[in-house]
Design a protein around this ligand. Sequence first.
Ligand code: ATP
Ligand code: MG
Length: 135
Amino acid sequence: MERTLCIIKPDAVKNGFVEEINNLIIENGLQILKSKRTKISAEIAEEFYSEHSEKPFFTELVEFMTSDYSVVQVLQGYNAVINYRNLMGATNPNEADEGTLRAKFAESLSKNAVHGSDSLDSAQREIDIMLKIFD
Ligand code: ATP
Ligand code: MG
């Protein structure tokens, strides 16, 4: 069984999509082990997205992720990392396949509804960063 880190981002929380997204996650065979509605701090967002710290969109990304409530979740299931990435769809919702979370719920490239770990190593790193949020 794998675990992966899911964030329902501030746009999707504000737009009232948490329950619909979680129903699709469960229908996709994933179990929601932990779930917390929280405002992510700048410190955590910067560490979490540190791979993008040199990118032109980094400031916008951190500002958006800390702007309002998110729902941070640990998912578990068979091939959870790739299973959930496939359910999410492409980063840019204009390129996301029909039926994916980003095609259904994202507003734009930056307000793209959900985050998911992109590898097993990322999942472990991201779950470790978010552990303090679940305390
Ligand atoms: P996430 O890590 O949030 O699951 P991802 O792995 O699909 O998304 P990344 O390349 O890791 O995509 O980018 C992280 C986030 O940064 C994206 O989800 C998106 O919101 C934002 N982002 C990526 N590229 C751009 C861009 N060119 N302009 C604005 N925002 C961007
Ligand atoms: Mg990513």
